[in-house]
Design a protein around this ligand. Structure first.
Ligand code: NAP
Length: 434
């Protein structure tokens, strides 16, 4: 029997468990350990609440968990309840699938002012992550600046711009919906340090911005290269740029929509100013060098705003004793191998890139590496020893069956038309399984 512990129950964790099931059949016991009492990581608290079709992938993970050889062990903080070294003693392979939940720092003066928020916190707030339920973003802001031109920036803008009706069928948490109903937002500005040909927004998601009930995208044709240059772009990027060009040509038809979503390209925030709370951004115009990197031109201007949300990427939190690559914010690894018996997968391996599906080949590749390294395995004590350790320490874990009870309770308390109302307190989650 091979014993595998996977830390993190998001997509990378579950695809790795599925791969182990397929590779080793009955000859493997996989424990998926998570800090929260509820599984699915980014699917539950990262993917936007109005993207239910993406969230539906959790059914596949559920199927994996219903096999006898995969266990969910929730409510366990690695580093407090059990150490990585202890897990390495107990399991033939320990796989870090911890994702990248920390914001990349916005390293400019004023980023500690009230009203400056990282996307991890804002996304966690509207998705009911227990760590961010008390965020209380300043939704009386009339002007909001969003830094970054990626899909997270798009999610954040869309959530800020939608009407209550547009959230029908979503599982946005009650506190966020109530707050957003009071929103005073009139203008949302994306600040992209490079140009339309360098955006990281994918076409399907960008297209949604043109369909909003009360918000209209605004682009400046002056920012675009010659239309003929679009032919050089790879097909996905070309589609995104076509959406941007269409936003411009369709602008007149959307004039009646009161909220502007402005694409400010070649714009690099250099300072945030305000008296305790954010009042304005100082932005520097940029241009691209020959390697398509942005450089400041020295021209500066001000953008009045009362909230700044930085959506500039994420970092994997380091774990003491585990080699870490600080520049890229992920574990130091070679094809997922960190140290003998210790592996990483998904965003913890490659950094925050790709779609949910990108984690599938990642999960299968890491299991191939494990198979190569441990052969028949069987030298470690596995889950029985973990259970003994937790019993000695009084660690109260949450099982997949418990999760199904929590899920049932969340479904039962959903507002009309919503699939669930998530618990945002860990104590409430645990109480719901009893
Ligand atoms: P991302 O795609 O890497 O985009 C980050 C953006 O921030 C880029 O525009 C980048 O510009 C900019 N940026 C980075 N550092 C900056 C700085 N110091 N100052 C100003 N701008 C800066 O990251 P993400 O949006 O966080 O998304 C993470 C991953 O999740 C991506 O793979 C994304 O596609 C995926 N995702 C998918 C969906 C979906 O619905 N399909 C939703 C959310 C997220 P440069 O290009 O100039 O570096």
């Amino acid at each position: 029997m091979r014993h595998i512990a996977i830390i993190g129950s998001g997509p990378a964790g579950y695809y790795s468990a599925e791969a182990a099931q397929k590779k080793f059949g009955e000859e493997v016991a996989v424990d998926i350990i998570d800090r929260l009492p509820v599984p699915f990581g980014l699917i539950r608290t990262g993917v936007a609440p109005d993207h239910q079709s993406i969230k539906a992938v959790s059914r596949r993970y559920e199927k994996t968990n219903l096999g006898d050889n995969v266990r969910f062990v929730g409510n366990v903080t690695v580093g407090e309840d059990v150490s990585i070294a202890e897990l390495q003693d107990l399991y033939d392979a320990v796989v870090l699938a911890t994702g990248a939940p920390n914001d990349r720092a916005l390293d400019i003066p004023g980023s500690d002012l009230k009203g400056v928020i990282g996307s991890a916190a804002f996304v966690g707030w509207y998705n009911g992550h227990p760590d961010f339920k008390d965020l209380d973003p300043p939704l009386d802001a009339k002007s909001v600046a969003i830094i970054g031109n990626g899909n997270v920036a798009l999610d954040v803008a869309r959530i800020l711009a939608k009407t209550e009706d547009e959230f029908a069928g979503s599982d946005i948490v009650g506190h966020a919906l109530d707050g957003l109903k009071q929103s005073k937002v009139e203008k949302i500005t994306f600040l992209g340090r490079r140009g339309p040909h360098q955006i990281a927004m994918t076409p399907k998601e960008l297209g949604e911005l043109g369909q909003l009930e009360r918000a209209r995208p605004v682009v400046d044709g002056e920012d675009f290269p010659d239309p003929g240059d679009d032919a050089m772009l790879e097909p996905g990027m070309r589609k995104s740029v076509t959406h941007l060009r269409n936003f411009q040509s369709e602008a007149a038809d959307a004039q009646h929509k009161p909220i502007e979503i402005v694409f400010d390209f070649f714009a690099m925030p250099v300072e945030i100013r305000g008296d305790d709370t954010v009042e304005k951004l100082i932005v520097e115009r940029t241009e691209l060098d020959k390697d398509l990197r942005s450089t400041g031109t020295g021209e500066r201007y001000e953008l009045e705003c009362q909230m700044v949300i930085s959506c500039i990427g994420y970092r994997t939190p380091p774990i003491e004793g585990v080699p870490y690559e600080h520049g890229r914010g992920r574990f130091a690894n070679t094809d997922g191998r960190i140290l003998p018996g210790l592996y990483c997968v998904g965003w913890a391996r490659r950094g925050p890139s790709g779609t949910i599906g990108t984690n599938k080949p990642d999960g299968f590749a890491i299991v191939d590496a494990i198979a190569e390294d441990i052969g028949a395995g069987g030298r470690k004590a596995g889950r029985a020893a973990l259970d003994r350790l937790f019993a000695e320490r009084g660690v109260e874990t949450v099982t997949f069956r418990d999760w199904k009870k929590i899920e049932e309770a969340e479904i039962a308390r959903a507002r009309e038309g919503s699939p669930r109302e998530k618990f945002t307190d860990i104590a409430d989650m645990i109480a719901a399984r009893d």
